[in-house]
Design a protein around this ligand. Structure first.
Ligand code: NDP
Ligand code: ZN
Length: 347
């Protein structure tokens, strides 16, 4: 990111590891909707000559003197969120994503250079990197740092219970992983809200039972009509403009839970519909969160894929070669033709 609205290539010094850190060279990289928000919507504010990217699988090239579990040559999954783990805040129960301050775990392409480079720096390597087993493909692995952990977090935030009725609003790559996570948690019925045929096809493959097209009218009405006139147990918000949060509140039954993983980029306020929130007394909960990162989380994602529970590799619709492929992938994410779900560059 050269500045808001402009991308290009720049030369920077090769990063050096502190005692606990690692330097990693990428094997696969994926551009993200968030990279587009960062560059073209200025979502993080004015940034100059910032290296973008936070979705990577790589090979360790150098480690600091105190790193115990990784050595040069190791293949690793690199989470998008790489917190400082040695903080008082974590000991006080504050989520690791905010271990130093609000959203502080999101460092790549935010508060430090990202992963779209020949080499990048990973803080606290032993706590943040996860070893990549041979049987997992680079395509599958590169969907773990953000897409998979975020989508799965949606199901965690909504606390999806087995046999429950779930609505997933938005079925881009993040929402598709929320559909897969809801199915794995044993949801009985899953309404998936989206419009693009490729996303609809994948949503059905990942476990959606009903497809709702938001372009065909009010999604609350559409879902409630199909759900015998009732709201749903859990709503996962994974796409759409600001008013989807209001729709989620209306869509949840009394006592229902809403898990939000969507990024809301406009306006100062988000609206809660007063009557559907029972004038404050409907026992509907709203939880929103940044995707979990760190080694343990990535190892869980690896376990899910290694044992065949989910195949996030299906999200990749476009593949490129080399670092230049990142540029092509980023352009695709910006324009988002209907058939694009997730591009990948193999380095
Ligand atoms: P996409 O743009 O690929 O997908 C968005 C989805 O929302 C699409 O299915 C789209 O439908 C749907 N949608 C658009 N408008 C509406 C509407 N009015 N009502 C209902 N659905 C609608 O995004 P991603 O999957 O890449 O990311 C989803 C969100 O997650 C983004 O906001 C992203 O910034 C955020 N995110 C959050 C993270 C976190 O840590 N919490 C991490 C990563 C991403 P259609 O098929 O028509 O396009
Ligand atoms: Zn991302």
């Amino acid at each position: 990111m050269l500045k808001i609205g402009a991308t290009g290539w720049i030369e920077k010094e090769k990063p050096r590891p502190g005692p606990l850190d690692a330097i990693v060279a990428p094997l696969a990289l994926a551009p993200c909707t968030s990279d587009i928000h960062t560059v073209y919507a200025g979502a993080l504010g004015d940034r100059h000559n910032l290296i973008l990217g936070h979705e990577a699988v790589g090979r360790v090239v150098e480690v600091g003197s105190e790193v115990r579990d990784f050595k040069p040559g190791d293949r690793v999954v690199v989470p998008a969120i790489t917190p400082e783990w040695r903080t008082q805040d974590i000991q006080q129960g504050i989520p690791h994503q905010h271990s130093e301050s609000l959203l502080s775990g999101w460092k790549f392409s935010n508060t430090k250079d990202g992963v779209f480079a020949e080499f990048f720096h990973v803080n606290d390597a032993d706590m943040n990197l996860a070893a990549l087993p041979d049987r997992i493909t680079l395509e599958q692995a590169c969907m773990m740092p953000d897409m998979m952990t975020t989508g799965f977090h949606g199901a965690e935030l909504a606390d999806v219970q087995f046999g429950a009725v779930v609505a997933v609003i938005g079925i881009g790559p993040v929402g598709l992983m929320a559909v897969a996570a809801s199915a794995l948690r044993g949801a009985g019925r899953i309404f998936a809200v989206g419009s693009r045929p490729k996303c609809v096809e994948l949503a059905l493959g990942y476990g959606a039972t009903d497809i709702i097209n938001y372009k065909n009218g009010d999604i609350v009405r559409q879902v409630v009509d199909l759900n015998r006139g009732k709201g749903v147990d859990h709503v996962i918000v994974a796409g759409g403009p600001e008013n989807v949060l209001s729709q989620a509140v209306s869509l949840a039954r009394p006592g229902g839970s809403i898990g939000n993983i969507n990024y809301f980029g406009e306006g100062a306020m988000l609206e809660i519909p007063r009557l559907d929130w029972g004038c404050g007394m409907a026992h509907k909960s709203i939880r929103g969160g940044l995707c979990p990162g760190g080694r343990g989380r990535m190892e869980r994602m690896i376990a899910l894929v290694a044992h065949g529970r989910v195949d996030p590799g299906k999200l990749i619709t476009h593949k490129f070669q080399g670092l230049e492929g990142v540029e092509a992938g980023l352009a695709l994410m910006k324009d988002k033709p209907a058939e694009v779900i997730k591009p990948l560059a193999l380095i």
